[in-house]
Design a protein around this ligand. Sequence first.
Ligand code: GAL
Length: 763
Amino acid sequence: MGDVKDGEKVSLNDANWRQLNLPHDWSIEGAFSKDNPASPEGGALPGGIGWYRKTFIVPAASKSKLVYIDFDGVYQKSDVWINGHHLGFRPNGYISFRYELTPYLKFSGKNTIAVKVDNSAQPNSRWYSGSGIYRNVWLVTTNKIAIDHWGTYVTTPKVDKASALVHIETSIGTSGKPLKLKTSIYNQSGQLVKSEVSPVDASGDKTKVNQDIQIARPELWSVERPYLYKVVSQVLNGNSVTDTYTTPLGIRYFNFDVDKGFSLNGKPMKILGVCDHHDLGSLGAAVNTRALERQLQILKGMGVNGIRTSHNPPAPELLDLCDKMGFIVMDEAFDCWERGKAKYDYHLYFKEWHKRDLEDQLLRDRNHPSVFIWSIGNEIPQQSDTSALRLAPELAGIVHSLDKTRPITTANNDPGPRNKIIQSGALDLIGYNYSERDYPTFHDRYPGKKFIATETTSGLETRGHYDMPSDSVLRWPTARDWKTKAKMNDDFTVSAYDNVSPPWGSTHEETWKVMKKYDFLSGMFIWTGFDYLGEPTPYSWPARSSYFGIVDLAGFPKDVYYMYQSEWTNKTVLHIFPHWNWEPGKLIDVWAYYNHADEVELYLNGKSLGVKKKNGEDLHVMWRLKFEPGTLKAVSRKNGKVVLTKEIHTAGKPAKIELIADRKAIKADGRDLSFITVRILDKDGNVVPNADNLVNFKINGQGFIAGVDNGNETDHEPFKTSYRKAFNGLALAIVQAKEKAGTVSFTATSEGLKGATIVLQAK
Ligand code: GAL
């Protein structure tokens, strides 16, 4: 990494440059240091300048075509050259953009693309951004007559059980020749449902075609059953198809009601969402579809049905997955407008670029059935400034000029009536960040308005760490009442009992109790689903990642995951914690999350400690008992019948390693991943809850280690290695497929422990 003089020149000798595959994030390969200019807030990893070059041959047959390069996202401030010609500069690190290459190409000769990425001006982010071409890049070749980039707009203006009206607007680059547009709708099994052929007015060099297609008895898209149709648009020049373009289609209707909250397809439901940043833990910002899918699967398992793309446009793959898996997305544009939060953040570019960036986000994302809300900003500093009276309506106008089918909101940390964004009247939904104690009186402040909790909670937990006692709530880093100074932990841990939050936040239970009580509260986006790199609240360095996740950075659920699972899913849940390795005689609080049962009885070494029932608003039950080693057993019962039984045993010394792969068969496509959980067990097979053994990995065959982790917020070992210390009994290794089919043999060893090997198939 580093700047390169004349890096764009074709003649530059790049023979000694490192060869790599995109997507790529160079920051995640670096070493943690509090002195990195990103600061712990930005993840404490290096930034700087990087150059990428690629040479490629364009066949002579492409002479009559148009050739483009599409970038899904480059962090940040990218300059792109083709054959020494500067194509453009794009400061926004999260936006997708295209350049046309045609006029500068050498057909049947060698062409050189050069990209400069400048992430040197720091700090420019309040969280880990990553650096480089961290999303996919596409070389796109079309005929001269073709559908524009992001050239379709598909809406469903009328939907009911009997039929759906699908409206398709298609933008086509024409050439004066008479053309036709054939638009076909296919169902999820690939069968043609209906098609429509329309003449294209080709008198100019661009034209828009509007079509309406009626579908009888449509299959509706929902979070439980995300049924997807496909719209295939074909431009016909005489008898030949000159372009084919595919757009996803989900048929659904929804409403935000002032009093009744959100409904989807006429059915009331709450949006049970989480906010997430874009990093993929030890993989960094480099996008990987399987890593995203795994995150979404873990969240689905807890009952999450909504995602907020905080605080920027996401990778397109995330929206594809949300379409397919059934998530309600709040698609967010900005973390600041003209006034910034970090010295070098987007506020430096907002004036010149906001219109272009917001339009491009809308054009790219507006066909995704999973997108339900546009957020034009998070905690915009100008909430308190009259400039918001001008800017909020301007931004809302840009959104509405491209999509009127979804409501607009902003995430407000001051959701009171003095907020100038709210005063401007530009918002369709009043977005609350935190302030959950004010939810019940929302309509006193905003009669006739619609509510969404754009951000909630910010609960703090370290997976597998427990402080006693657990029954008082702590506001860290400082107490809400400034007189009671909170004492934090010397080892930079936070107790996982869901009793710690920052002063502006609340515990998970505090928030959910309010949220579930009122119908008009249409939903919430919890801060956050996963821990993320950067913003290490409540500590700073040596912590370098957040404690906010319901799931840790490695993807291991914290206990509160099961509180949500017991409330948000139909799955039968009985989850007890903490672990059962303590000093004899110490008073330990045992919590249980449960559902589908009237009561839980707890036993220690066969002796009953009594039956507990959730009363009123309770979301858990608790026993306080003196520790003695042995077996803790919980039994949930309904009408006297056992529903579930759970046991925790006092673990002995670490004796062996266990490896559990989330998938043993992966695709040999160079991208697919297997996430291998490494557990440190005692001789009887119990996870040793405080084990921190150093584990060494070896891999042979058609795979490589893409990253290692353990969820510890203060671990400074690099992520791209072949070793990791366990943290509270667990570690993670991510195996990535090569491009050749075959077996992958993965071995873990550790001094004094019995090792383990797992064999994967790359197919
Ligand atoms: C919010 C903010 C988030 C994150 C969070 C931490 O105020 O919108 O980006 O900083 O606080 O609690």
